[in-house]
Design a protein around this ligand. Structure first.
Ligand code: PLP
Length: 430
């Protein structure tokens, strides 16, 4: 399978090159040259297949034989070594819990899969040493740190905005050591992301280090997110009209869902649920795409002013507004609405949502109120314990802390503070 640059359809690379480079020249994103539909029987027989078998069938066309079947199956087994349950909330609504991985974030799947692929390519020996450079608004950092920890031949450098990630998130990305370094940036997530993008086009850095990105722009992080939708469908196949509400920030997750649909997965509608960083909500209302600087919210992993992956969604629809707007709705909510939703669902259904899932719930509820013929699923993208203060404050009760988190909380934070690009550069070329 070849991947082309969304800036230049003639620039084509292999899967391996797309993974290693992260971004195409001119900071463009890679996109698969072909998206083949899977056979109908595959979808009819999902209940007879294991997670690993489903994932293998879904991802195989995007990798071809660049990774041998044994290795690919091993990578999938390791990456998907936890549950993805759909938990019913009411008659019409279920939640797909994506937080049962090692850092309690849905990003564990993308990060684990990418670490597996990159580790595989490095082991073959031709690449030399690689540095994964990544900006995080919260959960990416921990998931990437955990996924790459101890992978030979790969160093990981994580930029995160000082004071803008939760305590648990910070612990997860600053305490592992080994091949993982955390840079604490005086700025917001967009500043971190801009610095990372700049470093990629800086030739003085590329002379010293072979950089790649582990943000959701990397195809190896983006593509495996489609598995969630196959797994959920396996449990919900008897429902005719399925709508998925995805709490969205950089739009990698929802875009992977829409890719799964393009491959034939019978999902009828998608809802991009946003906090007040709502460039896509405004786009679908006005047809005008106006990125804005991000504003901080209690669902901080979605505080993204200019979502990188939205261009991939446009590409899936050949940049045609009408078909896209038929398949995708988008709503935006304030922190207060989000808090109220957490409280309402706890009181009514005895289910505790995290702030991101709560935004997803709100979007789903709004969509279903006008489209009652659907069964709706919202994605729970993080465990509520990762946003302990907010959630406990709202529900007025304690949230039980899983053991894995207790361990992280007792470890020592280690980070390097930086304020501007020159300091990042200095660190990378020292
Ligand atoms: C990253 C993240 C999101 C946003 O996902 P995108 O793929 O960037 O849209 C939502 N919720 C949580 C908890 C996250 O960590």
């Amino acid at each position: 399978m070849k991947y082309f640059s969304l800036n230049d359809k003639n620039h084509k690379v292999s899967f391996e090159e797309a993974v290693v480079r992260g971004l195409a020249p001119g900071k463009a994103l890679y996109f698969p040259e072909k998206i083949g539909a899977l056979p109908k029987e595959f979808f009819q027989n999902l209940d007879k297949l294991s997670k690993e078998e489903i994932a293998y069938e879904a991802i195989k066309q995007f990798i071809d034989d660049e990774i041998d079947d044994d290795s690919l199956q091993q990578i999938l087994k390791k990456t998907l070594d936890f549950d993805f349950p759909v938990v019913p909330i009411s008659d019409k609504i279920g939640t797909l819990e994506l937080f049962h991985g090692p850092t309690l974030a849905f990003k564990d799947v993308g990060a684990g899969f990418m670490a597996g692929c990159l580790g595989h390519f490095v082991k073959k020996g031709a690449l030399g040493k690689i540095t994964v450079l990544v900006a995080t608004s919260g959960d990416t950092g921990g998931a990437v740190a955990n996924g790459f920890l101890g992978v030979e031949g790969i160093d990981v450098v994580i930029l995160y905005p000082k004071g803008k990630v939760s305590e648990i998130q910070e612990k997860q990305l600053t305490t592992l050591g080994q091949n993982i370094t955390a840079l604490e940036v005086n700025g917001n997530f967009d500043d971190c992301q801009d610095m990372v993008k700049k470093a990629f086009s800086d030739s003085e850095i590329s002379e010293k280090r072979q950089l790649t990105s582990a943000n959701s722009i990397n195809v190896a992080r983006w593509l495996p997110q489609m598995f969630y939708y196959f797994f959920a469908y396996k449990e919900l196949a008897e429902k005719d009209m399925l709508a998925f509400s995805v709490p969205s920030g950089n739009f990698g997750n929802i875009c992977a869902g829409m890719l799964a649909k393009k491959m034939g997965l019978p999902i009828a509608h998608f809802i991009a649920s946003n906090n007040e960083n709502n460039v896509v909500t405004r786009y679908l209302e006005s047809r005008k795409y106006h990125p804005e600087p991000s504003v901080p919210t209690i669902s901080n992993a979605m505080d993204v002013g200019n979502p990188s992956n939205f261009i991939r969604i446009l590409e899936l629809f050949n940049h045609e507004f009408k078909p896209l707007s038929k398949q995708l709705s988008s709503f935006s909510y304030s922190d207060n609405q989000t808090r109220n939703a957490i409280k309402e669902v706890k009181d009514k259904h005895n289910y505790v949502m995290d702030p991101h899932g709560a935004v997803g719930y709100l979007g789903l509820q709004e969509f279903l109120s006008e489209n009652p013929e659907y069964y709706g699923v919202f994605l729970e993208t993080a465990h509520p314990v990762k946003f302990l203060e907010t959630v406990e404050g709202v529900i007025g009760a304690k949230v039980e802390i899983p053991v894995s988190i207790k361990d992280a909380m007792n470890r020592q934070k280690k980070s390097i503070e930086i304020s501007d690009y020159s300091e990042l550069k200095e660190y990378l070329i020292q």
